[in-house]
Design a protein around this ligand. Sequence first.
Ligand SMILES: [Zn+2]
Length: 218
Amino acid sequence: MDPPVIRLAHCQVQVFCLQVPGACPSCGEDLRERRLQEAPVSLPSPFSNAHKTSCCLLVAPAHNNTTSEFDGTSDLHTGISNTEGVVYNYTRAGVVRELSGWERCVSVPLVRPDMFHLLNQWDQYLQNHSEGPSWDPTWHRFDEQHHNCLSFCLSFVNRVLAAEGREALSRETFTQIFILPRVQRVQKYLFLYKHLQTHQYYLVDREEDREEDTQEGI
Ligand SMILES: [Zn+2]
């Protein structure tokens, strides 16, 4: 497990780091002697283990999920988990059900925990959907652009929405709402992480709370 990113505030800056430094990298003040205005916090990792999720849309880098990254260049692969963390995903070989390989991905919950009627039927819906002729390689061919893993997830979500009497989502809306914001968050997090591994700190100016900080010394 990677150590978490820590955020702390001192003088005019917010400091992002992997280890709390002995001295403030901005003003040089010893941090061991002076109490920080607020306790350092660990940023939550944007990654989840899909096999510990239930009823989520999952996004991971395509091919070899453990080593490729969300770096904006590799293709992404999507799937949907059942209530037991089994990931259903559509590939050239048809729908596969995976119990491993999705340990580091982005998860988007699709069902509120109080929607019991939907939770009860989810696994059956997902199983039925995955057995449809659209995903059977003998009937339909996988197409990188138009009939791919995302098509499988979107049509499943739309099937659930229809069962709930709700309107279907377009591919654009689905991507904009469910996928892009989370993937962008992961990219930012990874960018920060890589920076911290080589540069130790990342400093951001704190515009607010200036007055409190100037209580002493001036
Ligand atoms: Zn400082």
